[in-house]
Design a protein around this ligand. Structure first.
Ligand code: ADP
Ligand code: MG
Length: 643
């Protein structure tokens, strides 16, 4: 009765149709049906007409009505992406950007990253084909650095505007500005109810387009007394619902990954204890750092007879819509960053959520039918302890990062920047002070060369300065490489287990690693002679590449991976190639990670004695000692053992 989605299944059950249509066609058909069933669909043409007529439109619609997934597709379908133009849509949250892009790609019948893609920090899943681009608000902000007029976009949709994240707030000012000299650019400011008037006022009284949602009544239950342990209370409530209430999925709002994982474990344990006495309970977490294949699980339909429990951060408040939710459990907290400009201290703290959040959460229970919301706090607390709305992030965060970015966009007068709600004066001043101290600004408050370079990094100024300082101190790391290194390492570790090698650490002894490499590459040994490097067996003349840090060092004995003939035969150690041959891919990263050195190891220094150790059958000690006597070892820095 509750799950309206059952009516959508009609086509799936239709036997005749099933026989005629392939699975793919059937899927496409059911996707089309879902698309047409969304509240936005009825307003498709009206909306397109309004966009045609006005440059800026505020769109207000209930969560789940289809704003994020449908509107960019309507624009795409009606020609807004002609001539390689893109429709850009910002999301305050990474998970949402990834998830909606995946959904839209599925609806369009393409791979994510093709016509529909997403871009989040450290992950660009777009291509030249991408026409609908979902991205975090922070990413669009950074695009201003390379494309100040956003000329590649025909439409920018600032979605989830009500979230009022720092980046979204800054975007408001910037897009309002460029809209003045790009009359062809369309701006859509969309939000889940509330604040539409405020957005309209800010954007010079832009018209408001309201998409009436369907919303069923939701009964709200409060606790009689405050809960001492809200995680425990969540678990108790879930099982009460599961044992006493009609079908329908449950959504729990917690504050972060750790809490979510704990709660899931507690529920799993309890479900195990009850065993077959209860119907199946599917417990699914969702938070920002969850791997994306796990994230998509929350959208899979619940099997008949089972009940799904989604344990989420406030990402599920408005950014993601999970169909089938009938019960919401809300302990009434969220994690929030706070900044004290006087002490310069930043903190991430768990605070009571706002009434606005509480009501959004409640609304999630009424999408498919009448629902129930269990608030794990008292009615008195709701009335007296919850703020009406969440303070915009710009008023409670460190602004150093954003100030640096604005400065590098040439916006010098920050006091008069077009803020929807200006940040506290002292926060701005402190940000300027911090940037001056880091050397990003000079005493006139102008961007320095260092500051310009710092602004290029999507990181806090202290971090970007750290990264830039590595130019002087040589301390380079790359997030993605390390991540990939870990994946490859896991694969290698698995294979090592298969061939029964116990893993131990060399304890930072690079000689041990170089010995292991020599054991494999003794064939490729070169030694320094009076007339330069020669391979030991074939007596071929070879050279160290000038890019190698061993170029100056000229160690006596070397092994190399391969000879590359350009102008000379250079010795090089492209470790990736070695492992590519055993189909491991990317393993250069593992080794360079292990060795803590740069990516391309061209060649490495060895001690001649090792050759006897690793290949006594191949090298005669006479061969090696002779040479050693002739050539006195050149003095060099030990740090450059690896090149
Ligand atoms: P809004 O932006 O108005 O909140 P969305 O466009 O995000 O609405 O979602 C519209 C509908 O699309 C949802 O109600 C849901 O049915 C469907 N949907 C969205 N994302 C997914 C997904 N990742 N998987 C399956 N269905 C989805
Ligand atoms: Mg949305």
């Amino acid at each position: 009765e509750f799950v309206q989605a059952a009516t959508r299944k009609g086509t799936m059950d239709d036997k005749e149709m099933t026989e005629q249509l392939s699975a793919k066609e059937l899927k496409k058909q059911s996707i089309d049906e879902v698309r047409k069933s969304l509240p936005t669909f009825a307003y498709r043409q009206d909306l397109l007409n309004a966009i045609e007529e006005h440059q800026v439109i505020i769109i207000e619609g209930e969560t789940g009505s289809g704003k994020t997934t449908q509107i960019p597709q309507y624009l795409y379908e009606s020609g807004y992406c002609k001539g390689e133009m893109k429709v850009g849509c910002t999301q305050p949250r990474r998970v949402a950007a990834m998830s909606v892009a995946a959904r839209v790609a599925e609806e369009m019948g393409v791979k994510v990253g093709a016509e529909a893609g997403y871009c989040i920090r450290f992950e660009d899943c777009t291509s030249e084909r991408t026409r609908i681009k979902y991205m975090t608000d922070g990413m669009l902000l950074r695009e201003f650095l390379t494309e100040p007029d956003l000329k590649g976009y025909s439409v920018i949709m600032i979605d989830e505007a009500h979230e009022r994240t720092l980046h979204t707030d800054i975007l408001f000012g910037l897009v309002k500005d460029i809209a003045r000299f790009r009359p062809d650019l369309k701006l859509l400011i969309s939000s889940a109810t509330l604040d539409a008037e405020k957005f309209s006022t800010f954007f010079d009284d832009a018209p408001i387009f309201r998409i009436p949602g369907r919303r069923f009544p939701v009964d709200i239950y409060y606790t009689k007394a405050p809960e001492a342990d809200y995680l425990d209370a969540c678990v108790v409530s879930v099982f009460q619902i599961h044992l006493t209430q009609p079908p329908g999925d449950v959504l729990i709002f917690l504050t972060g990954q750790e809490e979510i994982e704990t709660c899931c474990e507690m529920m799993q344990e309890k479900a195990r204890a009850l065993g077959s006495r209860i119907r199946e309970l599917l417990i699914l977490p969702i938070y920002a750092n969850l791997p994306s294949d796990m994230q998509s699980k929350i959208f899979e339909p619940t099997p008949p007879g089972a009940r799904k429990v989604v344990v989420a951060t406030n990402i599920a408040e408005t950014s993601l819509t999970i169909d089938g939710i009938v019960y919401v459990i809300d302990p009434g907290f969220c994690k929030q960053n706070n900044y004290n400009a006087r002490t310069g201290m930043e903190s991430l703290v768990v605070v009571p959520c706002s009434k606005q959040s509480a009501n959004q959460r409640t609304g999630r229970a009424g999408r498919v039918g009448p629902g129930k919301c269990f608030r794990l706090y008292t009615a008195w607390a709701y009335m007296n302890e919850l703020e009406d709305s969440t303070t915009p992030e710009i008023q409670r965060t460190n602004l150093a990062n954003v100030v640096l970015l604005l400065k590098s966009l040439g916006i010098n007068d920050l006091i008069h920047f077009d803020f929807m709600d200006p940040p506290p004066h002292e926060t701005l001043v402190l940000a300027l002070e911090q940037l001056y101290a880091l050397g990003a600004l000079n005493h006139l408050g102008e961007l320095t060369k260092l500051g310009r370079r710092m602004a290029e990094f999507p990181a806090d100024p202290m971090l970007s300065k750290t990264i830039l300082a590595s130019e002087k101190y040589n301390n380079f790391v790359q997030h993605r490489s390390l991540k990939r290194a870990r994946d490859v390492r896991d694969q290698l570790a698995g294979l090592m287990e298969r061939v029964e090698i116990e893993q131990t650490s060399s304890g930072g002894d690079s000689a041990a690693i170089r010995k292991a490499i020599t054991a494999g590459f003794f064939y490729h040994t070169a030694r320094l002679t009076k007339s330069g490097y020669r391979t030991v067996k074939q007596q071929q003349t070879v050279h160290i590449h000038p890019n190698s840090s061993l170029f100056e060092e000229q160690p006596r004995w070397m092994v190399y991976h391969e000879l590359v003939f350009t102008t000379k035969e250079f010795m090089r150690f492209g470790i990736n190639k070695i492992f590519l041959r055993i189909r491991m891919g990317n393993s250069c990263l593992v080794l360079s990670f292990l060795l803590g050195k740069q990516l391309q190891l061209q060649c490495i220094e060895i001690e001649s004695g090792w050759l006897l150790e690793v290949a006594p059958h191949y090298y005669k000690s006479k061969e090696i000692e002779q040479e050693s006597k002739k050539m006195p070892r050149k003095q060099g820095k030990s740090a450059a053992e690896l090149g």
